[in-house]
Design a protein around this ligand. Structure first.
Ligand SMILES: Nc1ncnc2c1ncn2[C@@H]1O[C@H](COP(=O)(O)OP(=O)(O)OP(=O)(O)O)[C@@H](O)[C@H]1O
Length: 221
């Protein structure tokens, strides 16, 4: 999936955070978005994953602007996008299995329940979470919740993964595993957008880098 950010401007409470920002990342490549705290990494993540629409400018997927897509193309774009939140985004009063089934039930209605459960079990096992499937996700540690957030995104076999602050909660061993996993995903053609200042993420994964300009943090409209 080729993703382009064209002339993005966005303000929060009358403060310009992005002003005419441009960036792009090709299929199987990784864009790392970095910058100091408060510069807008999470805001960029939200715009990239179409949680927030920018005040002006466009996010363009394989040549089609997200804000002009027909419903069917938009549904396909969403199905192809794996979104991983900084704080996992799991629903705490559902079990882990219920959380992991949500995107499959939403985007892969045609898959039978047995196949969905097989996918859920296999990814849970990959991240050593199989014993937690029947438990509510408030039982997970923050590192486990982070891995579960990643598992939930990967269940869709996405063509692009957008991850806010990857690896901040997980331990060193899992960090290495996840880094290698991200390298493999890239090799398989998955596009990555990672909002991170971590050196290992930048050194091992970045094909493109966007350093958010700290001056923008203080410019007033
Ligand atoms: N709901 C909000 N209300 C007011 N200001 C906000 C809101 N959300 C974000 N901001 C402002 O927008 C700017 C960008 O925030 P953002 O969370 O994207 O930064 P960040 O680079 O991800 O920071 P960090 O590295 O600390 O997570 C910040 O200056 C913040 O104060």
């Amino acid at each position: 999936m080729h993703i382009e950010f064209k002339n993005i401007s966005h303000s929060v409470k009358n403060r310009a955070i992005f002003s005419d920002l441009n960036a792009q990342v090709g299929t199987g490549k990784c864009l790392v978005v970095s910058g100091r705290s408060g510069c807008g990494k999470t805001l960029f993540f939200s715009i990239a994953s179409d949680i927030i629409r920018p005040d002006s400018g466009q996010v363009v997927i394989n040549g089609s602007a997200v804000n002009q897509m027909h419903a069917q193309d938009y549904a396909e774009f969403r199905r192809n996008l794996g979104v991983v939140f900084q704080l996992s985004g799991l629903i705490s009063n559902l079990t882990l299995e219920e959380n992991l089934m949500l995107p499959l039930n939403r985007h892969f209605k045609e898959l039978d329940k047995g196949e969905k459960l097989r996918r859920v079990n296999s990814l849970a096992k990959e991240f050593s979470l199989q014993h937690y499937l029947a438990q509510r996700t408030e039982m997970l540690s923050s590192g486990q919740a982070s891995l579960a957030g990643l598992a939930r995104a990967l269940l869709l076999k996405p063509k692009a993964v957008i991850w806010d602050a990857p690896m901040t909660e997980i331990d060193e061993q899992w960090g290495l595993y996840v880094l290698n996993l991200l390298v493999r995903l890239k090799e398989q053609g998955t596009t990555l957008i990672l909002c991170s200042n971590r050196k290992e993420v930048i050194n091992q994964l970045a094909d493109e880098q966007l350093e958010l300009n700290e001056m923008l943090c203080y410019s007033e409209l």
